[in-house]
Design a protein around this ligand. Structure first.
Ligand SMILES: NC(=O)C1=CN([C@@H]2O[C@H](COP(=O)(O)OP(=O)(O)OC[C@H]3O[C@@H](n4cnc5c(N)ncnc54)[C@H](O)[C@@H]3O)[C@@H](O)[C@H]2O)C=CC1
Ligand SMILES: CC(=O)N[C@@H]1[C@@H](OP(=O)(O)OP(=O)(O)OC[C@H]2O[C@@H](n3ccc(=O)[nH]c3=O)[C@H](O)[C@@H]2O)O[C@H](C(=O)O)[C@@H](O)[C@@H]1O
Length: 451
């Protein structure tokens, strides 16, 4: 490989980049390469998406992204097509941002990334570098993707082409904001390939670009940080279920534990959602199986978190029973559908799971989420406003800790509800001392009580 040539065109911005997959991650990535001064060939298989992007239209809800799309299309720094052959032949760096979802039976699905690897191999010529940003297990690049590319291209990694992993660590809803803040991890098939890609990312981001020794190590870093989070959330969910039974307020316990300098607070809730945490463990579990190891803690943490929507359903049933009502035919006000606070995103949202359970139990739901006003989602439509969702309600359930829910005027809203005012606060956002007198209240890890 002629590394000097690649480093020259990185420096002079003459390098051309192809980005495969123009979704929540690929589009921002492609636009940031273009914004950094590189010519970008954006590739996707969704022809409708390609036409929308050519017209500067995107439905990805990332603040700041539409403006960058507009500027980069106008400046002709980016093109969109499904012509992967042209893109591979006419790009020096090829970035992979295609889906690697975990299927219903909890197994990573690598169909898309293998498809792209096949296409890259077929049209690859020497002296190019492939960067994988998609979430994969620590062994996937070295044992699956690289062999496919070598087989299809009859080229040899490091001799003829380079490959590296730069796993995406974006925080959905803050991708543009975090672009220059969140450190990136780069692991190359050789040290010099890694160093070259570090230089490329340093041209397009002000964040720390941290090199590790291999693509697998880079993928392990990303999975470790996310699974660390998933396991710690599971621990707090377990404490919450236990303390609820012991009559101890878990919110008070976490506040107390947080006075210890090395306690890292995590918070119980209705479950763990989003595109990352619910899926990342299964990449590791799959690799562990290959070496006859069972990661018990990682597996059981997933089970604990996946059971939390059921726990919230039980809280609702108990709260209704406390006021002499049953769930069937009760009207439930559901506040929040997003998987986490202050974003418009229902990817693997625990709220959607709780709603599904409520509907299975034949409760009537009235949903309010300020990020989905009046929108039809699956088999329900979000209310047009907060007040409508309280009309004749038997129980109010908070499922997302949106900032808009922190200071609701319950003294007024409670007058619209049916009978005793019941709140199930699955995000533990409320201070019981500030809720209306006689409210029937419980949280996740906060016992059922009349205030
Ligand atoms: N969404 C997120 O917040 C995060 C996603 N990731 C990872 O980024 C990767 C991409 O995820 P998203 O962007 O969220 O997915 P997405 O579903 O939003 O976008 C994927 C895009 O790839 C296209 N595509 C599918 N197969 C293709 C193929 N064979 N060739 C070219 N394009 C193809 C689809 O048409 C779609 O436009 C995944 O591995 C995911 O785990 C990592 C961190 C965060
Ligand atoms: C690329 C990538 O994987 N980014 C991750 C992403 O996290 P994500 O958007 O999935 O949100 P998250 O804050 O980790 O929360 C995931 C889920 O877990 C729940 N959650 C989170 C923290 C907590 O203490 N308790 C809890 O129940 C959230 O409500 C949500 O349903 O963004 C996070 C961030 O940057 O805050 C980042 O730490 C994660 O690594």
């Amino acid at each position: 490989m002629n590394i000097e040539y690649l480093e020259d065109i990185i420096e002079s911005k003459k390098l051309t980049v192809a980005v495969f997959g123009l979704g929540r991650i690929g589009l921002p990535t492609a636009l940031m390469y273009a914004k950094g001064g590189y010519q970008v060939n954006g590739i996707d298989i969704n022809l409708e998406l390609i036409e929308d992007l050519k017209l500067k239209k995107t439905f990805i809800d990332e603040p700041g992204l539409p403006e960058i799309l507009n500027d980069m299309v106008d400046s002709k720094k980016i093109t969109f097509s499904d012509n992967f052959e042209f893109a591979i032949k006419n790009s020096d760096v090829i970035v992979i941002c295609v889906p690697t979802p975990v299927s219903i039976n909890k197994v990573p699905n690598y169909v898309a990334i293998k498809d792209v690897a096949q296409k890259i191999g077929k049209f690859l010529s020497p002296n190019k570098i492939i960067i994988n940003e998609s979430s994969v297990s620590p062994t996937t690049i070295e044992t699956i993707i690289t062999p496919i590319i070598e087989h299809e291209s009859h080229l040899k990694v490091n001799d003829d082409f380079g490959i590296c992993s730069c796993p995406e660590r974006a925080d959905p809803g803050k991708i543009v904001e975090n672009w220059n803040k969140v450190a990136r991890i780069v692991g190359g098939s050789s040290d010099e390939i890694g160093k070259t890609i570090v230089k490329l990312y340093q041209q397009i981001s002000l964040a720390q670009i941290y090199q590790v020794s291999t693509p697998g190590t880079a993928n392990a870093v990303k999975l470790t940080e996310n699974i660390f989070r998933d396991v710690n959330i599971a621990l707090m969910n377990e404490f919450a279920v236990l303390y609820e039974r012991l009559g101890i307020d878990v919110k008070e316990v976490i506040e107390g534990s947080s006075t210890k300098y090395n306690f890292q607070p995590h918070y119980p809730g209705p479950g763990v959602g989003g595109p990352c945490l619910p899926a990342n463990s299964y990449y590791i579990i799959q690799d562990a199986e290959k070496v006859d190891y069972i990661p018990f803690l990682i597996r059981v943490s997933r089970e604990i978190n996946d059971r939390m929507p059921q726990n919230v359903l039980e809280l609702i049933i108990n709260a209704l029973n406390y006021v002499g009502k049953s769930l069937k035919n009760s009207t439930i006000t559901v506040l929040g559908v997003s998987y986490k606070a202050n974003v418009r995103d229902i990817q693997i949202s625990p709220a959607m799971k709780v709603i599904e359970y409520l509907q299975m139990k034949e409760a009537r739901i009235q949903v309010w989420d300020p990020y989905y006003k009046s929108e039809k989602i699956g088999n329900f439509t979000v209310s047009d406003n907060l007040s409508d969702s309280f009309e004749n309600s038997d129980c109010v359930v908070i499922l997302t800790d949106h900032k808009e829910f922190f200071n609701l005027n319950f003294d007024s809203l409670k007058n619209q509800t049916n009978g005793e005012f019941v709140i199930v606060d699955s995000r533990n956002i409320y201070d019981c001392n500030k809720l209306p007198k006689d409210t029937i209240y419980c949280g996740v890890g906060r016992k059922l009580q009349k205030l």
